[in-house]
Design a protein around this ligand. Structure first.
Ligand code: FE2
Length: 376
């Protein structure tokens, strides 16, 4: 038995040329990192972890690192006008720059992916301090977004060389956010399949689910989506592209305001969505609401669930099921002034899917918001 398992494991290891241990961190380029850090701490319950800036030898930018359970966010801003970060923020507004992935060997990750056609962003580089070393490399993905490969097995410091511990008296209680469940990218017209091919060929991912415009359409707008997953399923990247509808789709609105392709939403896991969302709402996080009629027949659609329906309907939490179980999910309103990035909060109770049964109700809610902005 042990031998069989070992053999299976070896086969898997030999076919996965890019083994990933999950998301290492998500880094945002923002207009004001100090204030953004305060927002994510206050509204979402992140804790202060590390800081880098002129005081630590980083003269042209400032980064604040926040953590909640296995979730790490880095908020970075430019200190000078002639900066790639300032240009990024001017073009895109606040948004996700790096989806950093944890690897065993960052040099090999770079070699494997660039050999298969990945465009290099950062050749492997070793950063050292008294706590050890971090090896980092990176490749470009859609838009101006980048995948960094982070190897930190020989590092014991607080975050990475160049950062110091960020001590503060302000430590708001966490909200039960656990880890990144998936990150969704919005790409341009006819660009979904080329990016699916990129994740298959360059990164060894598999297309595990597809939705076409028949699955995801309302009276007005439509989109198509394919979900890409790495070998062990720790890293999942759905890719959306707009589809033809009567009016402008939500993906087009994103592309207009972001001025190109980029991360649409980061889905964050919780093991108690009612408590998490209650606490987020108390702290001022705003969520999309579906009409109460959604709850009239939802249990007929998904079957019995462990939770009481009343708090779910009060908070606007959506329910969907697949062959393996069900899931509970809710979507925030945009997290910055432009209608671009938002978060999803998700609790999986066996289901491995993404809430297809909720798409219609959800997109109608999104369109009401779009209409209020005059972009429908
Ligand atoms: Fe999602």
């Amino acid at each position: 038995m042990t031998i069989t398992q070992g053999a299976v494991k070896n086969t898997e290891a030999s076919t996965d040329f890019l083994p990933l241990h999950g998301t290492d961190y998500v880094e945002f380029y923002v207009g004001n990192a100090k204030q953004a850090a305060h927002f994510y701490k206050t509204a979402f319950g992140f804790q202060s972890l590390a800081y880098a800036g002129p005081e630590t030898g980083m003269m042209d930018k400032v980064s604040y690192v926040l953590r909640q359970n296995k979730l790490t966010f880095v908020l970075t801003t430019a200190l000078r006008k002639d900066s790639e970060i300032a240009a990024h923020v001017a073009l895109h507004g606040d948004g996700v720059k790096f989806l950093a992935l944890k690897v065993e060997d960052a040099k090999d990750a770079w070699l494997q992916t660039t050999r298969r056609g990945g465009k290099s962003y950062l050749e492997p580089v070793v950063y050292k301090d008294n706590d050890g070393e971090v090896v980092m490399s990176g490749i470009h993905t859609y838009g101006d977004t980048v995948h960094l490969f982070i190897e930190r097995k020989n590092y014991s410091g607080v975050f990475m060389p160049g950062f110091r511990k960020w001590d503060t008296a302000y430590n708001p209680v966490d909200t039960g956010l656990l880890y990144v469940d998936h990150c969704v990218g919005n790409v341009g017209w006819n660009q979904m399949n080329p990016w699916v091919k990129f994740y298959e060929e360059v990164m060894g991912f598999k297309n595990i689910l597809s939705f076409d415009d028949k699955d995801i359409s309302t009276e007005y707008s439509a989109l198509m989506s394919k979900v890409m997953s790495n070998g062990n399923g720790y890293v999942k990247f759905p890719i959306n592209e707009p589809a033809e509808g009567k009016k402008k789709s939500q993906v087009e609105e994103y592309l207009d305001f972001y001025n190109g392709e980029g991360v649409q939403h980061v889905a964050i896991a919780t093991s108690d969505i009612v408590n998490t969302v209650t606490s987020l709402v108390d702290r001022g996080v705003e969520f999309l609401k579906v009409p109460q009629s959604y709850y009239d027949d939802v249990l007929e659609r998904v079957g019995a669930i462990d939770e009481d329906l009343q708090p779910l309907s009060q908070l606007g939490i959506l329910i969907d099921k697949d062959d393996e179980g069900y899931l509970l999910q809710i979507f925030s309103k945009p997290l910055q002034d432009r209608p671009t990035l938002f978060f999803e909060i998700i609790q999986r109770k066996g289901a491995k899917s993404f809430g297809k049964g909720n798409f219609k109700a959800l997109f109608e809610a999104l369109e009401r918001e779009q209409e209020a902005r005059g972009n429908l």
